[in-house]
Design a protein around this ligand. Structure first.
Ligand code: THG
Length: 288
C-alpha cells in the first residue's frame, strides 16, 4: 500500500488538506448550469445572484471546496468563468475547483483566483494533456485527472488505471507532483451496466495501492435512471470511501449523502472521538 499523499488547496485565507486518513472533503457541485435552466439563463444575462447564493448555501451545508462551472451553449466561457470565480470569492472563503475543458477559460479563471486551486479536469487525451497541464503548472494549481481518453471511458479497471498512470506521469514530467494530481475513476449508471460501480471501486483500489494519490468522483451518476436513488448513492459512497475516495463532488444540500459520508468516516476511523458525528447529530436535532 502506498503512503497516503496530501493534496493542499487554499483560498486567500483558508487551507484545506485532502488525505486518506483525514475526514472526507466535500466539493460542492451545484455551481454548474448543466441541467439547471434557471442558472443557465442567469449566466446568459451575466447575473451571478444564483452563483453567490449557491456558494454561501453549500458552504453552510458542509462543502469545504466549491466546484465552479460556467459552461453554457454559445456562452463566452473565459468571461463567464472568470466572473463566476470573482463572485464566489466575494462571498465565501473556501478553495475553488475550476471546472472547465476550455484552456482559455482555465487561464482566465486562474489569473484572478487567489490561492491554490484544483483544476477540473484533464483526461488522457493528448490534446487535453498538452493544453491544460502547462497551465496547471504555470499557476501552481492541483489537477483532477479523469480515467478516460480518445477512446472514451475504458470498460475495465486495468485500462482506467493505465490512464491514471499516464496522467500522473505526464504531470510529473512538467514538475507537477503526484500529490497535486487527484484521480477521478469515473462512474457510469448501474441502469446501463450492472458492473458499472464495481469497475469504479476496483479502479480506486488499484490507483490508491499503486500511487497513494487522492481520489474524487461525481458519485450520484451511479444511480441515474433508477428508483430510490438515495439508497444507492449512500451505499456506493460509503464503499468508495473504504476503497480510497477522499474528495467527492456532491450536493452538500442532499442530507442523506452528507450523513453517509460522516458515517463512513466514522467507520473508517477518520472521526477522532466521534466528535464530527456527535456534532452533526446535535445540529440535526436543533434544526428539527
Ligand atoms: N467528475 C468530475 N467533475 C464533474 C463530474 C464528475 N463535474 C460535473 C459533474 N460530474 C458533477 N457535478 C454535478 C452537478 C449537478 C448535477 C450533477 C453533477 C445535477 N444537477 C441536477 C440535475 O441535473 O438534475 C440539477 C439540480 C438542481 O436543479 O437543483 O444532478 O463526475 N471530476
Amino acid at each position: 500500500m502506498s503512503e497516503p499523499l496530501t493534496t493542499t488547496l487554499s483560498s486567500k485565507s483558508t487551507t484545506v488538506t485532502i488525505r486518506r486518513d483525514q475526514p472526507t472533503v466535500i466539493i460542492g457541485e451545484r455551481i454548474n448550469p448543466t441541467g439547471r435552466k434557471q442558472l443557465q439563463s442567469a449566466l446568459e444575462r451575466k447575473d451571478f445572484d444564483i452563483v453567490r447564493r449557491d456558494a454561501v448555501d453549500q458552504v453552510a451545508a458542509g462543502a469545504a471546496v466549491l466546484d465552479v462551472n460556467a459552461g453554457i451553449p454559445d456562452g463566452d466561457e473565459p468571461v463567464l468563468l472568470e466572473a463566476a470565480v470573482r463572485n464566489v470569492m466575494a462571498v465565501t472563503d473556501v478553495p475553488l475547483c475550476i471546472d472547465t475543458a476550455d484552456p482559455e477559460a482555465l487561464s482566465a479563471a486562474l489569473s484572478v483566483y487567489e490561492g491554490k486551486a484544483l483544476v477540473n479536469s484533464v483526461n488522457g487525451e493528448e490534446r487535453s494533456l498538452e493544453e491544460m497541464l502547462p497551465r496547471v503548472k504555470e499557476f501552481g494549481a492541483a489537477v483532477i485527472g479523469l480515467c478516460m481518453d480518445d477512446a472514451g471511458i475504458p470498460p475495465t479497471a486495468e485500462e482506467r488505471f493505465a490512464v491514471a498512470e499516464k496522467i500522473i506521469e505526464r504531470a510529473g514530467r512538467l514538475g507537477i507532483p503526484a500529490e497535486d494530481v487527484v484521480i477521478d475513476p469515473l462512474v457510469l449508471t448501474l441502469g446501463a451496466d450492472h458492473n458499472a460501480a464495481k469497475v469504479t471501486l476496483d479502479t480506486i483500489e488499484k490507483v490508491v495501492r499503486e500511487f497513494g494519490v487522492n481520489i474524487t468522483m461525481g458519485a450520484s451518476n451511479v444511480s441515474f435512471g433508477l428508483p430510490d436513488r438515495p439508497y444507492i448513492n449512500t451505499a456506493f459512497i460509503a464503499m468508495a470511501i473504504h476503497a480510497g475516495l477522499t474528495c467527492p463532488i456532491t450536493n452538500p444540500l442532499a442530507a442523506e449523502l452528507g450523513i453517509a459520508i460522516l458515517a463512513a468516516d466514522l467507520v473508517m476511523g477518520k472521526d477522532e472521538w466521534t466528535m464530527r458525528w456527535i456534532d452533526a447529530f446535535r445540529e440535526r436535532e436543533q434544526s428539527a
